[in-house]
Design a binder for this molecule. Structure first.
Ligand code: FPP
Length: 243
């Protein structure tokens, strides 16, 4: 581990199993430097790799990055194209994670994405499916409300086909039909850049998550900042509705 890491293996720290990261502030990072917004996304994408590796080194088992929301299509075409290009590029590089025993999964509505991108996503998932050191989840064309609709639609079809009765619909069943399927709920959500909202990110899975906000813009968010979030999480008292 690098020397500037704040968490040491023998520290008595509760490591969250599943961390969600809302990569916010790329546009402002670029603007502050007088650069087009897409440069901010480029830096943000680089940082996603650094933080993924760091999360693995501290013992996080699942990390989800909110990379593109169902609402992000409203952005100027030039910016959307730049983000899609970054996905293509990083999907090729994400193959490096395979050598590091990291399983890669995608959540979101893939049908709205370019065919080449969809094919790359499927092949990375397939090639990494048996790895177990950590699961990296990328939320692309993802929306929490959309995901719940998608689950409910699947269940409605089963009811229509007579495979299920309405009474069989439980929280568990809805959960199993979400994009996340077997991925555990979020323990900690990190949102940099000063915004304090969930923005339709894993609204079901974040029901009991702890939140950590910081004013640092995502491209400037370092491994030490990740450690600070984990330490803050470790100091909280989670009650899950109990006392
Ligand atoms: C939010 O910052 C960021 C996005 C909507 C895009 C995030 C995408 C990437 C970092 C690119 C590639 C990712 C991967 C995983 C390869 P913002 O643009 O809303 O920032 P602002 O609030 O300062 O405008």
């Amino acid at each position: 581990m690098a020397d500037n890491n704040l968490i040491r293996p023998d520290d008595n720290i509760q490591i969250p199993v599943h961390v969600g990261v809302i990569m916010d502030g790329n546009g402002r990072w670029a603007k502050k430097r007088g650069l087009p917004r897409k440069f901010g996304h480029r830096e943000g994408a680089k940082n996603f790799r650094t933080i993924t590796r760091h999360a693995k080194s501290v013992g996080v088992k699942y990390i989800t990055f909110y990379a593109f929301s169902t609402e992000n299509w409203k952005r100027p075409k030039d910016e959307v194209d730049a983000i899609m290009e970054l996905f293509e590029k990083y999907l090729d590089e994400v193959r490096d994670f395979i050598d590091e025993n990291i399983r890669v999964r995608f959540i979101g509505d893939r049908s709205g994405l370019k065919e080449t991108l969809q094919r790359k996503m499927a092949s990375v998932e397939e090639d990494s499916k048996d790895f177990d050191s950590m699961t990296l989840v990328l939320a692309i064309n993802y929306g929490g409300r959309d995901e719940i609709c998608h689950s409910v639609r699947k269940i409605a079809r089963m009811v229509k086909d007579g495979e299920l009765q309405p009474e069989d619909i439980t929280r568990d069943l809805i959960e199993k039909n979400l994009y996340t399927e077997e991925i555990p709920p979020l323990d900690l959500v990190i949102r940099p850049s000063g915004e304090q909202r969930l923005s339709n990110f894993m609204i079901w899975q974040a029901a009991y998550a702890e939140f950590y906000y910081t004013n640092i813009l995502w491209p400037d968010f370092r491994s030490e900042d990740f450690d600070r979030a984990v330490i803050a999480y470790s100091e909280r008292n989670r009650r899950f509705g109990g006392i």
